[in-house]
Design a protein around this ligand. Structure first.
Ligand code: HDE
Length: 704
């Protein structure tokens, strides 16, 4: 694959180290002749303290670890580009958003609660951070795959994180919100209700990082060349659609392949299947700041797309894997305070609080204030200021001057405005108000949008939410916490609360718990306030259900279940049809190595039932041929298709292989395709386009 060349790749290339055909050296470049033995007094004698070569090696090894991110520790990154496609000059002066501009970038996706080595498939929010290396310096859009947040004010952030992380007395559970401290906090913070609807939906268990949306979450501000501001919300829309796995599947994937998402992203980019997202904006004129039933500065609210449509302004393509995980992905330092001219923050109190935390955390995590000089963080513009020294400074500023104003360096580096240039200018927004620690009552409606989300889901998606909430609250030991959260659910939707209550053996309380009220009244003395009338009761964009005729099977992984004697022609026919649509065919047999086809030819197989699991594939094809007989006796094969059926995936059976479906728990439905009765390839592809046959789930009788 030809590598993309741009200013950032050129900048990074200067730091690449190629060890091929090189002699091994110490850190000072001195050749090492023996990397096996420490220096000893005699062959069997004690080691000597003068072994500077051993010390050089161990000193470095002992310091290989740095603190992991306090949240979002587990992540995967990739390089790419952004191409701006719309004329936004009316709203923003940002150079990288000028139509036709191509900007290099680095993107990192993450889970939030788990440690660096935790599973990718935890039920969790996913981070969606993008660092644009623009011609006006770095701009970071540090968002999530869910458009709202748990809390409204940054002051509560450490408490939220302490509540969700493993409990401090026993460091359990890892990468999971299903425990007492999380739900204790949540049930006392009704402002989390909307976010909880999202995290208990399938949004929190994505099929792939390439198949999730991204959101800036907060309302930001665009500022145009004349200094006029416009509120803006950012949306990333994946070209592959928005899809999830089933919760039972997520739990199993965590065991079979804890790197499932990381591997999927890495392999897709490696084979040239570059993931793409369109960047969209919702633009809100300043005059409309108070127009809605919710406050646009409240990060627990969305602006429904029915009220302000999303306009596409460009496309991101991820086209290059990092050369080195630590140097690039781990050392990438994101910060919502990295702004460029034309983009500013709003007064959202959550966003305001983030501006301090990110810079502070990078200073700690990356060992000092020179983290901007790490190759992954360097702007392509270079940096010029009078800051100096500090740990691990790698720039070598020339000359005697490190102050401003100066005459000795003819005033350099000079202010942009001194040379008619344009520097970053904060939006000139008039401010007034008393200094108070308080919460606006316009933030006090916690349930209307939680209800909007629930109402906008398909029946199957709603079932999944009931199951997720039941799972999580069943894992909570304290019955008072369960009841308190049920009371919140009851405020959102009585049916939801009733169904979750059934699984907990509880009747939902009609009123909010006195403790919940007590804490809410600290922010809003009159809580609960009079309910507001929402502009919309449902919003189509909130459901992940694939609309008829809109799906794609591009890059989906289809398991071809074969063995000795399988018909090569039956394999090839299906493979060609799937590959034409961009899907991948992966042959799985009872062992790796060569298998012989019915036609007499042989093929090397890389995957067997020993190494693979049904949960890691999107659809299943059982080929025709003699292999049908051996597969009928293969319990692993039967488990494979049973599980695929349980997880509502498409299963196709070639002519003669139908009896295998009969030996399993599979019941014929629109997602089970028989060559003898259906249009094998067309029907199979059509079902895969719909992602899953979720309707199958309720009636399933598969004990897997
Ligand atoms: Fe973060 N968050 N956050 N966060 N966040 C961090 O910064 C913080 C919030 C998000 O890929 C930390 O570099 C505070 C909202 C992402 O490296 C830390 C508050 C959103 C990432 C931090 C929030 C996010 C982080 C930890 C409440 C969605 C991963 C490591 C005011 C818009 C970035 C680090 C990456 C990481 C603080 C809330 C997204 C501690 C104080 C809301 C995607 O600085």
């Amino acid at each position: 694959m030809k590598k993309e060349k741009n200013l950032k790749t050129a900048e990074i290339e200067q730091h690449l180290v190629d060890n091929s055909e090189q002699i091994m050296t110490t850190n000072d470049g001195v050749p090492i002749s023996d990397n096996n033995n420490t220096l000893k007094a005699g062959e069997r004698g004690p080691s000597l303290q003068q072994d500077h070569i051993y010390f050089d090696k161990l000193m470095h090894f002992d310091r290989e670890r740095i603190p992991e991110r306090v949240v979002h520790a587990r992540g995967s990154g990739a390089h790419g580009i952004f191409e701006a496609t719309a004329d936004l000059s009316q709203y923003t002066s940002a150079a990288f958003l000028k139509k036709g501009t191509v900007t290099p970038l680095f993107t990192r996706f993450s889970t939030v609660a788990g440690f660096k080595g935790s599973t990718d498939l935890a039920r969790d929010v996913r981070g969606f951070s993008v660092k644009f290396y623009t011609e006006e310096g770095n701009y970071d859009l540090v968002g999530n795959n869910i458009p709202v947040f748990f809390i409204q004010d940054a002051m509560n952030f450490p408490d939220l994180v302490h509540a969700v992380k493993p409990e401090p007395n026993n460091e359990m559970p890892q990468a999971a919100s299903a425990h007492d401290t999380f739900w204790d906090f949540i049930s006392l913070m009704p402002e989390s209700a909307h976010m909880i609807m999202w995290t208990m939906s399938d949004r929190a268990i994505p099929r792939s990082l390439r198949m999730m949306e991204g959101f800036g979450v907060h309302t930001f501000k665009f500022v145009n060349a004349q200094g006029k501001g416009t509120f803006v919300k950012f949306h990333w829309k994946p070209r592959l659609g928005v899809h999830s796995v089933a919760w039972n599947e997520a739990q199993k994937i965590s065991g079979f392949d804890a790197d499932f998402h990381r591997r999927d992203l890495y392999e897709a980019i490696d084979r040239g299947d570059f993931p793409q997202w369109d960047l969209g904006v919702q633009l809100i004129p300043e005059a409309d700041e108070f127009k809605y039933s919710f406050d646009i500065l409240d990060a627990t609210k969305i602006i429904p797309e029915e009220l302000v449509p999303v306009q596409i302004i460009g496309t991101m393509t991820l086209n290059r894997n990092p050369e080195n995980f630590f140097a690039e992905t781990e050392q990438a330092a994101f910060d919502p305070g990295r702004l460029v001219p034309g983009i500013d923050v709003s007064d959202d109190p959550l966003l305001q609080g983030r501006i301090f935390s990110y810079m502070d955390t990078q200073n700690y995590r990356l060992g000092g204030p020179n983290f901007h000089e790490l190759p992954i963080n360097r702007p392509v513009t270079g940096k010029h200021n009078n800051q100096k020294d500090g740990f691990a400074r790698s720039d070598i500023p020339k000359g005697a001057v490190s102050y401003f104003p100066n005459s000795k360096a003819v005033g350099c580096p000079y202010h942009a405005m001194l040379n008619d240039g344009v520097g970053f200018e904060s939006h000139k927004q008039p401010i007034e108000g008393a200094k108070v620690r308080a919460r606006s009552d316009s933030f006090a409606d916690h349930f209307t949008q939680a209800r909007l989300f629930f109402n906008s889901q398909s029946p199957e998606e709603q079932d999944h939410m009931v199951n997720a909430l039941s799972f999580e609250l069943s894992k909570v030991n304290d019955v008072n916490i369960r009841k308190r959260e049920l009371a919140i659910l009851n405020q959102i939707d009585q049916g939801l609360a009733k169904n979750v209550g059934k699984n907990l053996g509880l009747t939902p309380p009609k009123e909010l718990d006195p403790l919940t009220l007590k804490f809410a009244r600290q922010n809003h003395p009159e809580y609960p306030l009079k309910p507001v009338k929402p502009e919309v009761e449902k919003s189509a964009a909130l459901s992940m259900k694939v609309k008829d005729g809109e799906g794609t099977i591009k890059s989906r992984k289809v398991a071809f279940l074969v063995d000795h004697g399988a018909s090569k022609s039956s394999i090839d026919k299906m493979k060609t049809a799937l590959e034409r649509e961009g899907a991948q065919a992966v042959l799985i047999a009872s062992h790796v190595g060569k298998i012989r086809f019915k036609e007499g030819t042989e093929e090397d197989i890389q995957h067997s039932y020993l190494t693979e699991a049904s949960v890691c594939y999107d659809a299943f094809y059982t080929a025709a041929g003699e292999s049908v007989k051996t597969l009928a006796e293969n319990a692993d094969y039967l488990h494979f298709i049973n599980e695929g059926y349980r997880h509502c995936k498409a299963l196709a059976f070639a002519q003669g292989a139908e009896e295998l479906a009969e030996r399993s728990f599979i019941k014929k439905d629109k997602g089970v395709i028989f060559e003898s009765k259906d249009n094998l390839t067309e029907d199979f592809i059509a079902v895969m386009k719909g992602h899953r046959v979720w309707e199958r789930e309720k009636s399933r009788k598969v004990p897997s």
